[in-house]
Design a protein around this ligand. Structure first.
Ligand SMILES: [Zn+2]
Length: 414
């Protein structure tokens, strides 16, 4: 580190051109991942409606493109220090690039029969920040281009504002920042011109030692604080720790706010079950979706294989191996597959149930060095053969913030 710094100082003084060249020696390029298609166990579903599977935010194939400059993703972000250093225009440019890449991802999805996706909340870094926030006006043409492409391809887009969105917080400033966060998401979707199906999903949040009182505050925030365009896109979702579907349903029914549930959050619900049956929950939840004229949506995830404790079971498996049995056979039901393998998880279910044709060559990362990063299915198989436990990626337990911090630290080191 010390040596590096002194080299840098020398470069700054303009005396050591050779040293500068040496520090910028290009790394040998990492090869682009190659893909193979392993066999899946075919299953049947009685589901008759248009089953639309989607995934969240990140497309692992496009993200892993090589060289890295060609990588396509929507979560370029930075730290506040970088905003201070580089200025707001620089940050806004990250948003522009994210937005441009969203066009490519939607196109890719279309070509691979995926017509449903959750937009990354990091599309416009810090747009909802109290001090560094900004309007998305500068990106209006691009945003409407995204919306137009999505509508042309019949692609549904939704969002899921982060867990710091706490509608029931007893602290006014937390409610205010939650409001800003929701307004940012609503602005993004409004500027895309998304219709009613462009929903914004939030969890109940914390219980603040009194669930009933917190639910009252959530109600208060929804009815008195949220502007119309935010409220119209708002959807609540049960979670595995604080609010199960039964806690949220009365609120949803009273305020006409749809509830995302399913065997969907069947994973979540299985961890913190409601006393009423899943079928009843789905029926009641659907009634609200239908009343509002919005296509229902469910979340599907499975716990990691071998997970036993509650915290272990909260982690999603890389892929889902089956569709929920409670899925009504006759209802158009977009299901968002919540799995670490993202688009691969969707394609995996397509193949298991023969739902959609899946193109060749888009399946598993088999470059050995990348297996532990992306493809645990291959890795699990490998682990099984070798009788070793598959290794989890090093950053599997880090939060998004932790990962960002680590990336920042890495950047500072080089
Ligand atoms: Zn969620």
């Amino acid at each position: 580190m010390g040596k590096r710094r002194s080299q840098k100082a020398a470069v700054l003084e303009g005396t050591e051109v050779m040293v500068k060249k040496k520090t910028r020696k290009p790394r040998s390029p990492i090869p682009e991942p190659t893909y193979i298609i392993p066999d899946v166990e075919r299953k049947e579903t009685t589901f008759k409606g248009p089953l639309i599977l989607g995934y969240a935010c990140l497309n692992t194939i496009l993200r892993n493109k090589r060289p890295a400059a060609e990588s396509i993703f929507c979560s370029r972000t930075c730290r506040i220090d970088t905003i201070k250093k580089n200025g707001l225009e620089w940050v806004k440019d990250l948003g522009r690039k994210n937005c441009q890449d969203l066009l490519s991802i939607i196109q890719w999805n279309h070509e691979n029969n995926i017509r449903f996706m959750r937009i990354s909340s990091e599309m416009f870094p810090f747009a909802s920040h109290a001090t560094y926030g900004y309007s998305l006006d500068y990106c209006a043409p691009l945003l409407s281009q995204v919306g137009a492409l999505a509508s042309q391809l019949g692609h549904r887009l939704t969002t899921h504002p982060g867990q710091f969105t706490q509608l029931g917080s007893p602290r006014a400033e937390v409610v205010q920042s939650s409001l800003r966060e929701l307004q940012y998401h609503a602005e993004m979707m409004d500027r895309m011109g998304l219709g009613v199906d462009g929903v914004m999903i939030v969890h109940g949040g914390g219980v603040y030692e009194d669930k009933a009182a917190t639910i009252e505050r959530i109600k208060e925030t929804i009815t008195r604080v949220l502007p119309k365009n935010v409220r119209e896109r708002l959807v609540l979702e049960n979670d595995e720790l604080c609010y199960n579907a039964e806690d949220l349903l009365p609120l949803c029914e009273e305020l006409d706010i749809p509830l995302v549930f399913g065997k969907s959050h069947y994973h979540h619900d299985a961890l913190h079950p409601s006393s009423i049956s899943r079928r009843q929950i789905i029926e009641r939840a659907n009634a609200v979706w239908i009343r509002r004229g919005i296509k229902p949506k469910q979340h599907l995830s499975e716990p990691r294989p071998g997970a036993e404790t509650l915290m272990e079971r909260r982690a999603h498996a890389d892929r889902c191996q089956s569709l929920p049995e409670e899925l009504p056979d006759d209802m158009g039901r977009p299901v968002w597959v919540k799995a670490k393998d993202k688009e691969q998880a969707v394609l995996h279910l397509y193949r298991i149930y023969g739902l959609q044709p899946v193109k060749q060559g888009k399946k598993h990362l088999v470059v050995l060095g990348l297996i532990c990063v992306r493809d645990k299915s291959v890795q699990n198989l490998y682990g099984h053969l070798m009788k070793i436990r598959p290794r989890r990626p090093r950053d599997a337990n880090l939060t998004r913030r932790g990962r960002r911090k680590r990336a920042e630290r890495k950047r500072q080191m080089t």
